[in-house]
Design a protein around this ligand. Structure first.
Ligand code: SF4
Length: 442
């Protein structure tokens, strides 16, 4: 039997799809790259933006025809589109065989094999098959924050952490199959451990720093990344551990969303801008070499020109390495959708979005230019037409050549190499390999 999984959305969804694939493989199912040959087509959906939801709905619609022409084909829809109530969806797509909420893989597996007793060890022993030298590993699911614009808490539920042992066993399994870098995922990753029992003999619960320490002890894991950060959960202990654990990469993805306190309050982000800037200050103090990226929403309900200006001021002041910017669009079911007026014209939202992009292009140009003529450690992730691609420790994309006569065989995927940077752009670094190989942090 063959399955095909179509995935939309964030790294968390990617990781969920891989976990489901591992469960299906355990039952003897095989993947197929196209749904045409699949006995089971799974659509893993995202609703964070309207476009993502529309794409998923369009894809589900197209599967209907396929199902009609393939006897016995089944369709499963999982992910954030599937809320606690699926009545509307069931009416809209009556040909879908099974609906599963995020991480609710069991529903799909049991639908396929109702007579099968999965046993308590089925999922804890099911580890995803890595696709390369890097892997995403969810460590805390869900979110308790309820920002007014966000649908995640309603679809992914409350924060729920995996144990340190569980995560460590999964990462060890990935390492044994060639993974050298893991990215620990959570909607607010520093919330990790808050819901776990206290550590024996210590009057505290495990946190991200404990997880860093446990994973650092795995010899084949050379780099540890984490996202997404949330200022109020970011303790000094966690920040210091990023600076102290050699394998933990010095990169923080810490969304600011807006620079004005009234807008932050309307978003219910749970912090004022001074608190955010204080958090950035502590990161820069304890981990001076850290790169920072952020997320910004422009054109939120009632955002004035002056308030938008304060977002621009914060971007100037902090000088992030990267900014992901989105124009606000209300998501049905959220507090903002219910209670706030989405009153800015689309053209104005786009003008602000482009202003952020322009500002960030200048800042990133300047930051990256400072890396000209430096040597960067790069984990090789891919190759195309003789150009290799990977990332440095601060998560910057690096394209490089590894030429004969020094490197007749180029570079190997999964290898750590040193690259001398000869050219920089706001989005990437380019250069040439300069060492035969790097013993990454032991
Ligand atoms: S912190 Fe806010 S924006 Fe992030 S997932 Fe939670 S509710 Fe959504």
């Amino acid at each position: 039997m063959r399955y095909h999984i179509w995935t939309e959305g964030c790294q968390m969804n990617e990781a969920d799809s891989e976990k489901l694939a591992a469960g299906l493989a355990k039952l003897g199912w095989e993947p197929t790259p196209k749904p045409d040959a699949a006995d089971l087509a799974v659509v893993n959906t995202c609703v964070v933006r309207q476009k993502a939801e529309d794409r998923a709905a369009g894809y589900i619609g197209r599967l209907r025809k396929l199902k009609e022409s393939r006897e016995g084909m089944q369709i499963a829809v999982m992910g954030c589109m599937v809320g606690p109530r699926t009545d509307d969806l069931r009416k809209r797509f009556p040909f879908v065989d099974v609906w599963a909420r995020p991480q609710n893989f069991d529903v799909i597996i049991r639908h396929l094999m109702p007579e099968n007793d999965l046993g308590g060890e089925f999922w804890p022993d099911t580890f995803p098959e890595p696709k390369g030298p890097t892997a995403f590993v969810p460590v805390v699911h869900g979110c308790n924050k309820f920002c007014t614009y966000c649908i995640v808490p309603y679809r992914r539920g409350r924060e729920k952490s995996r144990t340190v042992d569980d995560v460590t066993r999964e990462v060890a399994s990935l390492a044994s199959r060639g993974v050298r870098e893991v990215t620990l995922l959570g909607q607010t990753v520093e919330a990790y451990g808050k819901d776990l029992p206290e550590i024996d003999g210590a009057s505290r619960r495990p946190d991200l720093a404990d997880l860093f320490a446990s994973l650092s002890a795995l010899p084949d894991i050379k780099r540890i990344r984490f996202l997404t950060s949330y200022p109020r959960d970011m303790t000094d202990r966690i920040i210091r551990s990023v600076g102290q654990e050699p394998k933990v990469c010095e990169h923080f993805n810490i969304p600011v969303q807006a620079g004005d306190n009234a807008v932050l309050a309307a978003m219910r982000r749970g912090y004022e801008i001074e608190e955010f800037l204080d958090c950035v200050g502590r990161i820069r103090e304890y981990v001076p070499q850290a790169a920072l990226s952020t997320d910004v929403i422009v054109g939120f309900c009632g955002e004035t020109e002056a308030q938008f200006g304060r977002t621009m001021d914060v971007l100037e002041q902090v000088r992030f390495d990267k900014v992901h910017v989105a124009a606000y669009s209300p998501r049905p079911g959220t507090i903002a959708w219910r209670n706030l007026d989405d009153d800015l014209p689309q053209e104005e939202k786009m003008r602000r979005l482009h202003a952020v992009e322009e500002l960030q292009k200048r800042i990133a140009t300047e930051i990256n230019a400072a890396l000209l003529d430096t040597t960067q450690e790069v984990l090789v992730e891919g190759e195309k037409d003789g150009t290799f691609t990977g990332r440095n420790r601060t998560n910057k994309l690096v394209h490089f050549k590894a030429e004969a006569p020094a490197y007749p065989s180029g570079a190997a995927i999964g290898e750590f190499v040193h690259v001398r940077i000869a050219k920089t752009t706001p989005w990437s670094l380019q250069g040439h390999r300069v060492t035969a190989g790097v013993a990454a942090v032991a």
